[in-house]
Design a protein around this ligand. Sequence first.
Ligand SMILES: Cc1cc2nc3c(=O)[nH]c(=O)nc-3n(C[C@H](O)[C@H](O)[C@H](O)COP(=O)(O)OP(=O)(O)OC[C@H]3O[C@@H](n4cnc5c(N)ncnc54)[C@H](O)[C@@H]3O)c2cc1C
Length: 403
Amino acid sequence: MTIADLRPTDEARELRARYRAFMEEHVYPNEAVLGREDEESDAAIARLRALAKEEGLWAPHLPPEAGGSSGSFLVYAHLNEEIGRSVWAQLVFGCQAPDAGNGEILWHFGTDEQKERWLAPLVAGEVRSFFSMTEPEVPGSDPTTLRTRAVRDGDEWVIDGHKWFSSGAEGAAFGIVMAVTDPDADPHRRATQIVVPADTPGVEIVRAVPTLGHRGRGWTTHCEVCYTGVRVPVENTLGEVGDGFRIAQKRLGPGRIHHVMRWLGQMQRAFELMCRYALEREAFGSPLADKQTVQNWIADSAAEIQACRLMTLDAAHKIDQGDEARVEVSLIKFFAAGVLNDVIDRAVQVHGARGLTDETPLGAMYAMARGARIYDGPDEVHRMVVARRILKSFAAGEPWRFE
Ligand SMILES: Cc1cc2nc3c(=O)[nH]c(=O)nc-3n(C[C@H](O)[C@H](O)[C@H](O)COP(=O)(O)OP(=O)(O)OC[C@H]3O[C@@H](n4cnc5c(N)ncnc54)[C@H](O)[C@@H]3O)c2cc1C
């Protein structure tokens, strides 16, 4: 691999320019409305989604055979440097979490019937979905401890359990639920993923759990969900019984890098706001840009953002080559989550009190960024994964090679 392999092709560059133009014309000017989380914002999102479809910019995470418009992971990384700049843009372009990850696993592991029933309306943007794995009573970092059970009764699964942080469950049409189907199996063969329509009797969305003072609405909620005697046909099993962890790994691997790609957009936007304001605002007789502390923040941010970009593009390129890139994905997940928080924090600091207001997007970006160090695996777990892999290599007499 050379750096040249990571650069966008002319075609990808042209596509990226179209996303940028759409963002400038339709998303940034409407951000205040989009973020209001009321009926007016629902209508604005619906209007922009229709426009994105018309312009062929819809669902860039999935291939055309699955109803999307994607080229490769690498191209998607470049596009996300635009899409990620606004929190709302993923919804506008139909590639929002968790639907994007759910769409991918339905595409890779779903039967033809499941694809027709669940994937087609999901990719078309007619319905939303949720992914229900984390439970309040056990550590989400170690999903071998999950307690939600699915017990076979004839041609049905009967599901009982208690989940939370099922993002977007409010108003979703279905969820993909991770449940223990064989408690005596090897820990990584105990669980199975099962598609559960949200209106099945026994599915109760108990509440949208407020985070950092924000309850959310619909897509932006993180819900507590109870499953009590929930019966679904065994045809709703995703993949084979016991495949839950294998599929979760497939889902979370690309899902994690999707997040990181969007963070690249967030970091760059915060960086630009910081630089512009540093030039504009004066204190103690000179622009903030003249103060060495601010210059250090700008220089450190530039170095760290570029490191994140190259690491993300490298991981995306490896995934395109058929490599699972487990180490690369874990490396970039914790490293970029830290850089995201640091760059936004510096940008807020340069703006002083204004950085906390809604006069810039920084306040909202700051609140959203904190979760990045926790969801899809906390930093510490990704560090553990990376260190274990590297040490395993050394223990086997092989040094770790940076390729
Ligand atoms: C914004 C947001 C959205 C989310 N969306 C979803 C969703 O849609 N569906 C879903 O199922 N889940 C979702 N989650 C849940 C998320 O996946 C879990 O929070 C995550 O896996 C961590 O699990 P936990 O919260 O139970 O923390 P725990 O596992 O209890 O861990 C607590 C802390 O312990 C520390 N820790 C854990 N293991 C180690 C270790 N080996 N070494 C050192 N320290 C360690 C870490 O600091 C960690 O933060 C979401 C979370 C957030 C914040």
